[in-house]
Every structure is written in C-alpha cells, then in structure tokens.
Ligand binder design. Structure first.
Ligand SMILES: [Zn+2]
Length: 273
C-alpha cells in the first residue's frame, strides 16, 4: 500500500500496464496487478469470500510480497491499517490465497473465492487489534463484493476455517460480529463459557462422532471417526477463533458445542426462509 507516499489516496494508480482492466470496486485506490493469478476452473464463479491477515510487519511489505512472482501467492484485495484498499487480481481471475484447503468437500477454493488480505502482523508478532478505519474499509469492501456476487452468508469465512492447523488468520480478534451486523457472513451469539472441560484429544465415542458430524455439516474438513485426534482439535480451534472467540483451546466444551448447534440452526432457518 502507498503508506509512505502521498497522493495515492484519491486516485487509482496504475503500477504497470500489464492489466488494462479497471478495478472491480470503486473503493480501490491502488491497482497493483500481481502476476500470481490464473483462470478460475471452468464454470466456477466466486461464491465464497475468504478473509486473511497479512502476518507481515507492514502493509507495504505485504503488497510487495503479494505482487512478486517468486512469492507464488496473491489475493484480490489488500486493506491497510488506514483503510486504504489495493486490488491485485481481477475478481474474474483466480488469485492464489487459499493454499491447501478444504470446505464443504471442495479443495480448489481459489477457483470459487475472492480473497481479502487485511493488514495485521498476526499471532507471531503480538497480534494487535484491527484498527477502526481498517474494519470500516473491510466492511465496505465486503458489502461491495457481495453486491456483485451470489455469496451466501455461511460462505464468508476465515482462512483458518478452510485450512485449520495450518492457518490462524484473521484470528480471534477479528470482529465477525460487526460484519454480521452489516449483513456480511453468518454469526450467532456465542453460548456463554462454562466451567466444564468438555472433551478433547484422546476422547472417543458417540459424542465425538456427533461433534464431527456437526462440524462436517457446517463445512469443515473433518472425518467422522469417533476419535478426538489432534486434527479435530485444530478444527475445533478454528471454529472457536471464528465463532466462540472468548476461549480458543481446541476443546469441545458445552459452549462450543452449543454455539455450533445454534449456528447450524441459524443456517437452516435462513435456508427455509
Ligand atoms: Zn491467510
């Protein structure tokens, strides 16, 4: 992002003329094409929105990396801490942001998603809160994207949802509730934390299978084995980061299970309506 140079705020800057298309969104103030893109799989249009944090110490560094060929990664958009929005890949094209991931049985999620990188140094660097201007810009950009594409609320997801264990972004400090109030994504009030331990790694049985079935039904990449392994703990952590952020410990306590049940119910109600 043009963090150190003035003058980028009110106009679109064409870094090079490799792409002649205009940005997809009027909110974009910097058009900075990334070579790290290709065609979406045949017949696929965006029906999923994936939110990330950059995990780098500055948004300038992130923009530089996401547009370098050697990085082999990109996203459609980057939002910086002051709320400025850069576009790197046209929405019609496939950006490389999801990596190895899975949701609702699908694995080529780059082909069916739009990816937004949000500046935040992340868990490895103190994980600060997302700034007000940044959240405001993310909200506006999401609404703008949702006005162009048919993306159902339950398919507005965190990178951690689709790559549990491998990714933690945008993390438990990200304000999903705020986005939901604006009509972005599916959110239910988390069930209050209790003192129960619930179950966790090493546990087995029907209650574990029930948890696995519920996570799978929502879309998470789990197998129903009736055994609580470390893989399941990572999925539960991902669920907590997004939907029950008060405690992220990978244990299926009552609050976690209740929140998941409420979420499934909320989705069923929407589908019926
Ligand atoms: Zn990510």
């Amino acid at each position: 992002m043009p963090g150190t140079s003035a003058g980028h705020d009110e106009r679109v800057v064409f870094e090079n003329d490799e792409m002649t298309a205009a940005p997809d969104s009027k909110l974009v103030t910097l058009w900075c094409p990334s070579p790290n893109r290709d065609q979406r799989a045949i017949g696929r249009a965006p029906d999923m929105l994936i939110l990330h944090y950059t995990g780098m110490d500055s948004s300038d560094a992130a923009l530089d990396w996401l547009t370098r060929e050697e990085a082999k990664v990109s996203a459609h958009y980057l939002v910086d801490e002051e709320g400025r929005i850069a576009q790197m890949v046209a929405e019609s094209e496939r950006a490389w942001h999801a990596g190895q991931s899975r949701w609702a049985g699908e694995t080529d999620l780059n082909s069916c998603s739009i990816g937004i990188e949000i500046h935040n140094p992340g868990h490895d660097f103190d994980y600060p809160h997302f700034s007000g201007p940044e959240m405001q810009a993310v909200e506006a950009l999401c609404l703008d994207i949702l006005s162009r594409h048919a993306i159902s609320p339950d398919r507005v997801l965190a990178h951690s949802d689709i790559a549990p264990g491998r990714k933690r972004d945008p993390g438990e400090k990200f304000d999903w509730q705020r986005l939901a109030r604006a009509g972005i994504g599916l959110w239910v009030e988390p069930a209050p934390l209790g003192s129960d331990q619930g179950f966790g790694p090493g546990d087995e049985g029907e209650s574990v299978a029930e948890l696995q079935r519920a996570l799978l039904e929502y879309g998470y990449g789990v197998e129903v084995t009736s055994t609580y392994g470390t893989g399941l703990a990572k999925v539960v952590e991902a669920f907590q980061r997004h939907f029950r952020p008060a405690r992220v410990d990978g244990r299926a306590d009552l609050s976690t299970r209740d929140t998941l049940a409420r979420l499934l119910e909320a989705r069923r109600e929407r589908q019926v309506a």
